[in-house]
Design a protein around this ligand. Structure first.
Ligand code: HEC
Length: 126
């Protein structure tokens, strides 16, 4: 009986460990990294249109971005990705669709976190 106890105990310990690994694996894999977002934003030359610090667009059709909420920015960028070529789904601006096709979802989160961290002139009136 002793041997059986030991086997059961070992099996239970193994099951508990596997369970713990499962819980760890379910943790969000990626916390947004604003410093990587800065690198990506510079590499993709977003300021060419959205202006210095993404706060002074070079033309009135290009929105100000600096200081906007990261959640909003992330979904705007995802929509440009998903809406590409399909006027019924997502945002369908061809200029922005072209900017985001090569970026992963985690890149978009990093970029959004970086843009949110910038000081900007956007005003939320209450
Ligand atoms: C060639 C010019 C150009 C470049 C380069 C560019 N954008 Fe844009 N961006 C635009 C235009 C034009 C719009 C408005 C599109 C529309 O009407 O939906 C826009 C819109 C956006 C929006 C939506 C803003 C809002 O308030 O809804 C985000 C976010 C954005 N751009 C981020 C970026 C990022 C990040 C990059 C670099 C990866 C980038 N843009 C590069 C022209 C550009």
């Amino acid at each position: 009986m002793k041997a059986l106890d030991t086997v059961l105990k070992t099996a239970c310990t193994a099951a508990a460990l596997i369970g713990a690994i499962g819980v760890l694996a379910m943790q969000p894999a990626h916390a947004a990294d604003a410093s990587n977002g800065k690198v990506l934003t510079e590499a993709h030359n977003c300021a060419a249109c959205h202006g210095p610090n993404l706060n002074k667009p070079v033309s009135a059709e290009y929105p100000k971005l600096a200081g906007q909420h990261a959640d909003y920015l992330y979904w705007a960028l995802r929509q440009y990705q998903m809406g590409n070529g399909n006027p019924n789904f997502g945002r369908n601006n061809p200029i922005m669709a072209a900017q985001v096709q090569s970026l992963s979802q985690s890149d978009l989160k990093d970029i959004s976190a970086y843009i949110e961290s910038l000081d900007g002139d956007l005003i939320v009136k209450k």
